[in-house]
Design a protein around this ligand. Structure first.
Ligand code: NAI
Length: 325
């Protein structure tokens, strides 16, 4: 198949070329993100490959259908960036990578918790500056703390296993799943009891701004909030107010609700126009990474292998086990 590979990053070419060696698809590398006004770049391709900040909305899908595209293959697990009903209505199938390395995301989640708690991000530059004072670097033992996981799927369950190993009490809320080593509780109880709340559920209409002013007000004062799932699970303005008042003690995020204009690009020579995001960066007790939780060698190789396999399967049979129905 001819695949238009939108939003190509340098580090993706090698794992995808390797995964494609036997499959032999023709890949057209495109640096631009997929949007309605770039969709025509897929002309002549039967498939497009997209990532989480491509805008695969109804307008883009219409242009893709006109260009002859039959398949949208997202190289991600989450698919909230794709208007799936619009794709189906236009006759396009949508496939994804349901699991690649839950370890990658779970381990990054723990990295955020530990870095924040032990102020590693501040200690790094302080020590390099010859300042060995411990003032302001006081942390807490993870052992014995209650961690609340919202979403107990692959990543939530993996995060729970690591936390159990650290001696944490792990509680979880998930309307559809349970996980070993996690005490299931209702959401209000989780928010009220947890020293750390970590989000591992998908972004849907129901979970949009799941953590807003109301939820934050019921959390333990000074609790830590971690989000490695999707930015819009959290109401950023409410979080900023809570950080200012001290209701929220710590924030670690790998995702941000308006990340589409920021993440995955080098903007170091430009002025950031997003004042809400810029405000977040001023807090000493906030740690932001740019959607890198998935970014391990193992995860990239698995993403490439499954994406290529999805396209091959669709080409052969017109359907795919990893299709979103
Ligand atoms: P999964 O599908 O295995 O698990 C998601 C869990 O959330 C399911 O058990 C589901 O029942 C639960 N859930 C659904 N609605 C819920 C609700 N309202 N409240 C609580 N739980 C609810 O997905 P997986 O692989 O564990 O991924 C979780 C999320 O992590 C994805 O949706 C994605 O947004 C995010 N992710 C982030 C990455 C990053 O690089 N930062 C990389 C990969 C995934």
């Amino acid at each position: 198949m001819h695949i238009a590979f939108f939003n190509t990053k340098r580090y993706e070419k090698q794992p995808f070329e390797e995964a494609n060696r036997d499959a032999g698809h023709e890949i057209r590398w495109i640096d631009l993100p997929l949007r309605a006004d770039t969709a025509d770049l897929a002309k002549g391709c039967e498939a497009v490959c997209v990532f989480v900040n491509d805008q695969v909305n109804a307008a883009a899908i219409g242009r893709l259908a006109e260009a002859g595209v039959k398949l949208v293959a997202t190289r991600s697990a989450g698919y909230n960036h794709i208007d799936v009903p619009a794709a189906h209505a236009a006759g396009l199938a949508v496939v994804r990578v349901p699991a690649y390395s839950p370890y990658a995301v779970a381990e990054h989640t723990i990295a955020l918790m530990l870095s924040l708690n032990r102020h590693v991000h501040r200690a790094y530059s302080r020590v390099r500056d010859g300042n060995f004072s411990l003032d302001g670097l006081l942390g807490f033992d993870m052992h014995g703390k209650t961690v609340g996981l919202i979403g107990l799927g692959k990543i939530g369950a993996c995060t729970a296993r690591i936390l159990n190993g650290m001696g944490c009490r792990v509680v979880g809320y998930d309307p559809f799943s349970v996980a070993e080593g996690v005490t299931p509780v209702a959401l209000p109880q989780l928010l009220a009891e947890s020293d750390i709340v970590s989000l591992h559920c998908p972004l849907t209409v129901e979970t949009h701004h799941l953590i807003g002013a109301e939820a934050i007000a019921t959390m333990k004062r000074g609790a830590m909030l971690i989000n490695t799932s999707r930015g819009a699970l959290v109401d950023t303005l409410a979080v900023i107010e809570a950080l200012k008042s001290g209701q929220l003690g710590w924030l670690g995020i790998d995702v941000y609700e308006e990340e589409g204009e920021l993440f995955f690009s080098d903007l170091s020579e430009t002025v950031i126009q997003d004042d809400v995001f810029s405000r977040l960066l001023t807090f000493p007790n906030v740690l932001v990474t740019g959607h890198q939780a998935f970014f391990t060698a193992e995860a990239l190789a698995a993403i490439a292998a499954v994406t290529v396999q999805n396209v091959s399967e669709y080409e052969k049979s017109g359907s795919c086990n990893n299709a979103i129905v």
